[in-house]
Design a protein around this ligand. Structure first.
Ligand SMILES: NC(=O)c1ccc[n+]([C@@H]2O[C@H](COP(=O)([O-])OP(=O)(O)OC[C@H]3O[C@@H](n4cnc5c(N)ncnc54)[C@H](O)[C@@H]3O)[C@@H](O)[C@H]2O)c1
Ligand SMILES: C[C@@H](O)[C@H](N)C(=O)O
Length: 369
């Protein structure tokens, strides 16, 4: 049922800089199912900020389990609920609360938020760039309709909301080297279009309703103990598995394709840091974050230093190559560094050492010597 919220006064609220609606919400042609009449999203209580009760959607993908681990260390195991539409592996199921949640089911989402008194929501469900192109209707449903449900439930229940965006939110007409926070965004994938939509809708809800929306544009994320979900940057994860196991790797992007990348620990720390940043330190609601930028050839050269017999060959996937050619080569994240002190820990050499150590390549190196 729509909640009708009448105008008290028109204009900008000095506290949050957000608009007070001039008409009942249902007349605005937008779809928040409920917006609290007394919403003041910038005045979360001390305990809500210090001890949030967290829901992570799409939590069984490449990034969600690591995020849950990080947040549970900070806020306690039972304060962080991981959710997805897939069945969790045993070790995930036994590591803390897990719940089924389909973001396309608004009632289910609302029940979870209400029953668990959720205060922070990390919205990770999505179809990534390559799988999105393979199933546009599903990508549109999950990435756009699903996002609408998330925005509404967050606005309705006064949540602090994190939604990741991506280098894929830029396109061939964006400046690519470097790509600043504010520039032309005309992506040519359904993934990119849905992420620009998420950025704009989140910012709109923030300015219009005071929703505490926070968003980082992640580069390609590289993780050792979780698999990527079907993106264009997946090669930079797979190369380590194959180097350690077989000493060779067939790359589906051209040798000179330069893309921004980040180690997962930096990505998850950035996510927590922006969520904990005082609202007044955020001059924007959507930030680029960056760590390094490399090509497959440069990555292979670094791997070679650890695995002397390593060989890379190229068998280019035309769809992924076209996507990569339209994305930023290097990200300008100076606003994140200035506003809330973002600083990455992992450059290319540390990344490669860490990944190969994880995959036990030191054994291979020892055998080779
Ligand atoms: N991994 C990266 O390199 C990267 C880079 C930039 C941005 N991001 C963003 O970070 C977020 C997490 O990325 P990831 O790599 O973990 O993604 P992933 O593809 O590995 O996982 C996405 C998860 O969403 C779930 N999902 C799909 N449909 C759903 C539905 N209807 N309801 C609930 N869950 C559903 C899937 O089951 C999957 O577990 C995404 O929003 C992604 O766009 C990731
Ligand atoms: C870059 C990011 O959004 C994802 N890894 C993809 O390639 O689709």
């Amino acid at each position: 049922m729509l909640f009708i919220r009448m105008l008290r006064r028109v204009g900008q609220s000095p506290a949050c800089g957000c608009w007070t609606p001039a008409l009942p919400v249902r007349f605005l042609g937008i779809s928040p199912r409920q917006i609290p009449a007394d919403a003041n999203f910038h005045s979360a209580s001390f305990s809500d900020t210090d001890h949030p009760r967290v829901l992570i959607t799409g939590g069984l993908g490449q990034l969600g389990v690591g995020l849950a681990n990080l947040l549970r260390k900070r806020f306690g195991k039972d304060s962080v609920i991981l959710s997805d539409i897939r069945k969790p592996p045993d070790h995930v199921f036994h590591s803390g609360p897990f719940i089924y949640s389909d973001i396309l089911d608004y009632k289910n989402l609302r029940e979870i938020v209400v029953n668990n008194r959720i205060t922070w929501l990390f919205h990770y469900s999505a179809l990534l760039s390559a799988v999105g192109e393979a199933n546009v209707p599903l990508a549109r449903a999950v990435n756009i309709t699903g996002l609408h449900n998330i925005l509404d439930v967050a606005a309705e229940h006064n949540l602090r909301l994190f939604v990741p965006s991506t280098i894929g939110a830029f396109g061939p007409t964006s400046p690519r080297n470097p790509t600043p926070d504010l520039c032309i965004q005309r992506p040519r994938t359904i993934y990119g279009v849905s992420k620009v939509h998420a950025e704009l809708m989140g910012e709109y809800y923030h300015y219009r309703y005071g929703l505490d929306f926070r968003c980082l544009r992640y580069p390609g994320i590289i993780s050792a103990d979780s698999q990527p979900g079907g993106g264009t940057t997946d090669y930079a994860v797979q190369i380590f598995h194959d180097a350690a196991k077989h000493g060779k790797f067939e790359c589906n992007l051209e040798a000179h394709t330069r893309l921004p990348m980040m180690y997962i620990d930096d990505c998850l720390r950035a996510t927590l840091e922006v969520m904990e940043a005082p609202a007044e330190s955020l001059s924007m609601r959507t930030y680029n974050v960056s760590a390094m930028s490399f090509t497959p050839e440069e990555l292979a050269q670094e791997v070679l230093k650890h695995v002397p017999e390593f060989q890379i060959t190229y068998n280019v996937d035309a769809v992924r190559q076209a996507i990569a050619d339209s994305w930023p080569m290097k990200f300008d994240d100076s606003n994140a560094r200035k506003d809330w002190g973002w600083k990455h820990d992992f450059d290319l050499p540390e990344l490669v050492t860490t990944m190969l150590n994880f995959h036990g390549s030191e054994t291979r190196v020892a055998q080779a010597n």
